[in-house]
Ligand binder design. Structure first.
Ligand SMILES: Nc1ncnc2c1ncn2[C@@H]1O[C@H](COP(=O)(O)OP(=O)(O)OP(=O)(O)O)[C@@H](O)[C@H]1O
Ligand SMILES: [Mg+2]
Length: 254
């Protein structure tokens, strides 16, 4: 497929892809272990380019979250390869603290389950944590924390413990923490799930407004509204844990 596209569009260069998966398969469980090996991604190849928003859709269990954890460097292909901005992402690379710190400065990941994401004592600390990791001055951390607490309408929860919040409040906190870091690559696993109507509309508007040449956004969702309103390119996953044929705006397969 790559060669075909190159032939048709010599200006489209694979090396320009910020996220590149080559024939990636992922299985939970160990071969020969007690549990049966379960394939959750099957021969997925994908090139994602900056300046685009991609919306990943598909039925429960098709592999969206598995794909997203892989793109976020939290798990690794059983076979095949993953390249992030030209560098192969492997367990060995991610165990290198300098490498992973740099990686997470560029890439922000929202877990499908916000509880997995939240670990600080207060909502304010939760949002500030990543900003300190970026090495920002205290005054800038405080300013940006307040800004995102207000944007997500959770200022009144700032001193509360994330663990005791409602599902939607947890999601807003996790979103504030990820978005405040303003990463170039955003990988968001069901950002609207659990939010009320106003919350969902805010997320849609925010993500639609975020598009830029210097940014890549990938969203998994079951919301038709979100899928349509963020004006992204849809990537449909199938029950067979692979990606359905898709067309770019130019009508070419990627
Ligand atoms: N920790 C795990 N151990 C074993 N199998 C798992 C694990 N997590 C997910 N799976 C399996 O992998 C497959 C893909 O799951 P995944 O969570 O990626 O689906 P999904 O597309 O995100 O679904 P949903 O729309 O429900 O969020 C499913 O068959 C699921 O049962
Ligand atoms: Mg999922």
């Amino acid at each position: 497929m790559t060669d075909r596209r190159r032939n048709i569009r010599p200006d489209v260069d694979d090396s320009q892809a910020w996220i590149r998966l080559q024939d990636v398969t992922y299985s939970y469980g160990q071969e020969g272990g007690a549990g049966k090996k379960r394939q959750s991604l099957s021969h997925v190849s994908l090139n994602l380019y900056p300046g685009h928003t991609y919306v990943v859709t598909g039925p429960n269990g098709c592999g969206k979250s598995t794909l997203f954890r892989l793109m976020a460097g939290l798990s690794f292909p059983t076979s095949g390869s993953y390249f992030f901005r030209g560098e192969q992402i492997t367990e060995r690379q991610m165990n290198d603290r300098d490498f992973s710190r740099k990686f997470f400065r560029k890439l922000g990941f929202l877990f499908q389950d916000s509880e997995t994401q939240l670990f600080c004592k207060t909502v304010r600390e939760e949002v500030a944590f990543g900003l300190f990791q970026l090495g920002l001055e205290k005054s800038e951390v405080e300013r940006r924390t307040q800004q995102y607490l207000e944007m997500l309408e959770i200022s009144d929860l700032a001193e509360r413990a994330p663990f005791h919040l409602s599902g939607g409040e947890k999601k807003r906190t996790a979103l504030a923490a990820v978005l405040a870091m303003q990463p170039q690559v955003l990988i968001l696993d069901e950002p609207e799930a659990g939010l009320d109507e106003d919350g969902e509309n805010w997320v849609i508007k925010f993500l639609d407004g975020l598009r830029s040449e210097e940014r890549l956004i990938v969203i998994a969702t079951h919301s038709r509204l979100l899928a349509e309103e963020v004006h992204g390119e849809e990537i449909r996953m199938t029950k067979e844990h692979t990606i359905a044929d898709r067309k770019t705006r130019e009508g070419l397969q990627v």
